[in-house]
Design a protein around this ligand. Structure first.
Ligand code: ADP
Ligand code: ZN
Ligand code: MG
Length: 491
C-alpha cells in the first residue's frame, strides 16, 4: 500500500529520527594588531587603511606570530577545560578566494593549540570540544546590490584579512536547536568574561557553522551531515538547525538520501539552500607553513596565563546563588555579562542588601534602561554607589517606593546623587505623624461608606482607604505610618 507524504507521515518521520549537531565557531580575537603583521586590528575602520605587504600577500613578505593572539587562545583553552599543547605548528590551507590575497590561509591542521575540553549547558549537559586552533581571517567582499545597491561590481576590504581568528570545533554532542543556542550563549559568556573577543555575532566577531545530521533514534552510526552557513544571530542558528532537521527528515521519509554539502541560510525565506558540494581536507593540500617556526610554549608562561583567568560565569553563578541567596534564575541573569555582575556586587555592597540589589537591577532598573533606550546596563551613566544609595533611601522610608521608581528613572538616564534628586524634586516622603494624621482624618470623613464596609468585615476596604490617603499625599506619605494611623482610628 502506498501512503501519501502528508503532514502526518512527516511528523512521524520527525519523531523517528534523532538530530545530531556539531558546531564550528569562529571567533575574532581582540588583539591590538593582526595575526602575522603589525597592522591595526579594528572593526569598522575606513576600508583598506589597515593593510601592509604581509596581510596583502605580497611576494617576499614574511609573517611573524602575534604573541597576544597565542595568549588569548590559550586562555580560552584553559577557561574551557582544554588541553593546551606545549608544542604546535601552523599549516597552509590552500584555496583561491578573492578576499584572500595570498591564495592560502595560515591555519593549524594536525597540531592545533588545544584539544579536548567542553562547554557546560545550563541543563548541566556537557558538550565536548574537539579542538581550538589559531588561524587568520579573510578580507570582506562588498557585493553589488547589498551595501551598493544598483551597482554591478564587488569591492574588497582587506582590513579584516589577517585578523587573528580562533576556530572552536565541538564534538557532535548537541541534540537540538535549543541546545545549540544555549551552547553559543555559554561559549559567548566565557569568552567575553576572559576578555579575548567582543563575541558580537552581528559584527562578525563570532560566526557559527552548524553541522547537522539525523539518524534513527538509538542508532550508533552517524547520519550524513550538511554544513549550514550564513546565520547572523543565535536565533538564526536555532531556526536554521530546526529547518535543516525537518528538511532532512522529509527527504528520508520520501526515500531520498542526504547529500553531504554546504548549505546557506536564507533569513527571509527561513530555509536552507544548497551552496556547494563538501570539500575534503585533501582538497586543500595542507602542508606545514615554511615561513613560521613551530610554536613551543614554556610551561611557566602557560601556568601564568592560566593563573590570570578571572572567575568564570559558571563559578560566579554558583557563588552568587550561595553567597547572596539568589535563585538560580536571578544568578544566571546577573552573571551573564561580567560588567553586570561587577555592578551587582558593588550595588549589593553599597546598600548592604543583596536581595534588594537583585530586585532593583532585574526590575525597575531594567525597565528604566528600556525606556531610556539603552540595551545594556553599561550604557547608563548610573554608578553602583548611586543605585545603592537609592535602595537605602527607599528601605529607610525616606522616600516611598513610588518616588524610588521616579528617582531610578532619572539615575538610569542621567546618573546623579539620589539625595540631590529627591531634594530638587521634592520627592522626600512625608513622615510627620501629625501631617499624616490630618490626611487620614480627611480620607475617613470623605469615605464613610468604605469605613462602614471595613467595620462590617470587608478587609479590602482598608486598602482602599490607604489608597485614598496616599492620593491625598500625592504618593509621598510613609505607608507604614498611614496604615498604623488608620488602624488606630478605626479600631
Ligand atoms: P569534516 O571532515 O567534514 O570537516 P569533521 O569531522 O572535521 O568533519 O567535523 C566538523 C564538525 O562537524 C564538527 O563540529 C563535528 O562535531 C561535526 N560533525 C561531524 N560529523 C557529524 C555528523 N554526522 N552529524 C553532525 N555533525 C557532525
Ligand atoms: Zn598587515
Ligand atoms: Mg574538519
Amino acid at each position: 500500500m502506498k501512503t501519501s507524504p502528508d503532514v502526518a507521515t512527516t511528523e512521524t518521520a520527525k519523531h523517528d529520527y534523532e538530530p545530531v549537531i556539531g558546531l564550528e565557531v569562529h571567533v575574532e580575537l581582540k588583539t591590538k594588531s593582526k595575526m602575522f603583521c603589525s597592522c591595526r586590528n579594528e572593526f569598522g575602520a575606513e576600508p583598506n587603511t589597515a593593510v601592509c605587504p604581509t596581510c596583502l600577500g605580497m611576494p617576499g613578505s614574511l609573517p611573524v606570530i602575534n604573541r597576544v593572539a597565542v595568549e588569548y587562545l590559550c586562555k580560552a583553552g584553559f577557561a574551557l577545560g582544554c588541553d593546551v599543547a606545549p608544542y604546535s605548528k601552523f599549516d597552509r590551507k590552500n584555496y583561491f578566494y578573492p578576499d584572500m590575497p595570498k591564495n592560502y590561509q595560515i591555519s593549524q591542521y594536525d597540531m592545533p593549540l588545544t584539544t579536548g575540553g567542553g562547554v557546560t549547558l545550563s541543563s548541566g549537559k556537557r558538550i565536548r570540544l574537539n579542538r581550538i586552533h589559531l588561524e587568520e581571517d579573510t578580507g570582506k567582499n562588498l557585493h553589488a546590490g547589498g551595501a551598493m545597491a544598483g551597482s554591478d561590481y564587488t569591492l574588497i576590504d582587506y582590513n579584516r584579512a589577517g585578523v587573528p581568528l580562533m576556530e572552536i570545533v565541538s564534538e557532535p554532542d548537541i541534540s537540538s536547536s535549543d541546545e545549540a543556542e544555549d551552547y553559543l550563549a555559554e561559549l559567548k559568556a566565557v569568552l567575553s568574561y576572559i576578555g579575548v573577543s567582543d563575541v558580537k555575532m552581528h559584527e562578525g566577531s563570532l560566526r557559527c557553522d552548524a553541522n547537522v545530521s539525523i539518524r534513527p533514534r538509538g542508532a550508533n552510526e552517524l547520519g550524513t551531515k550538511t554544513e549550514v552557513k550564513n546565520m547572523n544571530s543565535f536565533r538564526s542558528v536555532g531556526r536554521a538547525i530546526k529547518h535543516e532537521i525537518a528538511r532532512q527528515a522529509e527527504r528520508l521519509a520520501a526515500g531520498d538520501r542526504i547529500v553531504q554539502e554546504t548549505r546557506g541560510w536564507d533569513e527571509v525565506k527561513g530555509t536552507t539552500y544548497s551552496m556547494r558540494s563538501k570539500e575534503e581536507a585533501h582538497d586543500y593540500r595542507y602542508f606545514p607553513e615554511p615561513d613560521l617556526v613551530p610554536l613551543a610554549l614554556d610551561a611557566d608562561v602557560l601556568a601564568r596565563w592560566r593563573s590570570e583567568l578571572p572567575e568564570l560565569p559558571d563559578a560566579r553563578r554558583k557563588r552568587f546563588a550561595q553567597q547572596y541567596g539568589l535563585s538560580e534564575y536571578d544568578a544566571q541573569v546577573l552573571t551573564a555579562e561580567r560588567s553586570d555582575a561587577d555592578f551587582y556586587e558593588a550595588t549589593a555592597a553599597a546598600c548592604d542588601d543583596p536581595k534588594q540589589a537583585a530586585n532593583w537591577l532585574m526590575g525597575d532598573v531594567r525597565r528604566a534602561l528600556q525606556s531610556a533606550g539603552f540595551t545594556a546596563l553599561a550604557q547608563s551613566p548610573m554608578t553602583a554607589a548611586q543605585l545603592g544609595e537609592l535602595i537605602r533611601l527607599v528601605k529607610s522610608g525616606a522616600i516611598t517606593g513610588k518616588a524610588g521608581k521616579e528617582v531610578c528613572d532619572i539615575l538610569v538616564a542621567k546618573g546623579g546623587d539620589p539625595n540631590a534628586i529627591v531634594a530638587e524634586r521634592g520627592l522626600g516622603a512625608v513622615t510627620d505623624s501629625t501631617e499624616i494624621a490630618a490626611m487620614v482624618d480627611q480620607a475617613i470623613t470623605a469615605n464613610q461608606k468604605s469605613v462602614d464596609a471595613y467595620k462590617g468585615g470587608k478587609a479590602n476596604a482598608f486598602d482602599f482607604i490607604v489608597g485614598q490617603v496616599m492620593k491625598v499625599s500625592r504618593g509621598k506619605a510613609n505607608v507604614e505610618i498611614v496604615r498604623a494611623l488608620i488602624k488606630e482610628r478605626l479600631g
